[in-house]
Write a protein that binds this ligand. Structure first.
Ligand code: SF4
Length: 340
């Protein structure tokens, strides 16, 4: 089916309004390859009553072209819980732990991911047995895990958090010491904002760990009129060298108050492309920081998944209830008015 798709006048009519959102970053010849797939995906969504959730790190043609709801892990978790309405299927354009979260919050819906191998270095850094061992070493401490973990790890923890709410989650426990896993850098960056002692793990994001304070210094020398926004999965040195630190949704919100003509978003490279259309006044200084796991999701893969109803995400029954409770406890904590 995919090989027969062509850029016809009908496809152009059905997709030209979407091209307006990406034309600053997607050349026309590339769009003419993507548009037939995008048009087909919209047909399939209607036929299969599917809703597509797209993470901020997806390519612009997925983010703007086919996603019904976009955002970071926290926004997509909330959307999965509240906004998927009477859809029968959720197609998750993100990585596996995110699709698992959507399934945990929507047990009655079919959750599909275009590539079951779309993993995450943080999620793979820790097992349920590792959490149990930490809890044995530090008895009585509550355990918080980052949302970037498999369901089996979530099941061992009291609640989950994201980069957008980690401080609130840790402080909600009222404990002086908290097990906080698996991201070493996020733990250090959260610890710097709270009096709670965090017992961490050695997981790292392969994208964010690559940035250095020296690199940021070089960008600032080349572009003196630059605002630097960094993700808290970066090292504390990078965080200290940034003008603003926050989740991807926090970074997007912060663009509204930037006063310099140039911005560097110290995170996965598709972010800047996805926000360009909303901020034509800004020049985004770009890095080559691509997440290979996120980029396993393709338009071709979404078509195949919807046509064949394949790559369903399932949760082992022995962890399902406990993992869901850990996420629901996080969602019960109110968000600050402005994302960070
Ligand atoms: S960017 Fe980092 S944290 Fe996000 S999915 Fe990729 S490896 Fe995981």
């Amino acid at each position: 089916m995919i090989s027969t798709l062509a850029f016809t006048p009908a496809v152009a009519r059905a997709t030209d309004h979407l091209y307006a959102k990406v034309k600053a970053v997607v050349p026309r010849f590339e769009w003419e390859l993507h548009a037939p797939l995008i048009a087909r995906i919209h047909e399939l969504k209607r036929e299969k009553r599917a809703v597509i959730l797209g993470h901020n790190y997806q390519i612009p043609s997925i983010f703007h072209g086919i996603s019904d709801i976009t955002g970071d892990s926290l926004q997509l978790s909330r959307a999965a819980a509240k906004e998927c309405g009477d859809a029968l299927r959720i197609v998750f354009c993100g990585v596996h732990f995110m699709a698992e979260t959507a399934k945990l919050l929507n047990p009655g819906k079919k959750v599909l991911i275009p590539d079951l191998a779309a993993g995450c270095s943080l999620s793979e850094s820790m097992s349920a047995a590792d959490v149990r061992e930490l809890k044995r070493q530090y008895p009585g401490r509550p355990a918080v895990c980052y949302i970037n973990t498999p369901a089996a790890v979530k099941a061992e923890c009291d609640l989950t958090c994201t980069s957008g709410n980690a401080v609130e989650v840790v402080e909600s426990l009222g404990a002086s010491e908290v097990i906080f896993v698996p991201d070493e850098y996020l733990a250090k960056n959260v610890a710097a904002q709270t009096g709670v002692k965090l017992i961490g793990w050695h997981g790292r994001c392969i994208v964010h760990e690559e940035f250095s304070a020296a690199q940021l210094g070089a960008y600032r020398r080349q572009f003196p009129d630059l605002t630097v926004l960094a993700h808290p999965e970066c090292s504390p040195e990078v965080v200290a060298a940034a003008d603003y630190v926050g989740s991807t949704s926090g970074m997007i919100a912060h663009l509204d108050v930037v006063t310099t003509p140039r911005v560097l978003m110290v995170t996965e490279c598709s972010m800047a492309d996805n926000v360009q259309s909303a901020h034509p006044e800004l020049e985004f200084v770009k890095t080559c920081s691509m997440c290979p796991h996120m980029k396993r999701i393709t338009l071709e893969g979404v078509v195949r998944t919807l046509e064949r109803d394949e790559h369903e995400v399932t949760i082992p029954p022995e962890v399902e209830g406990r993992a869901r409770r850990a996420i629901e406890r996080m969602l019960e904590i109110p968000l600050r008015t402005r994302p960070r």
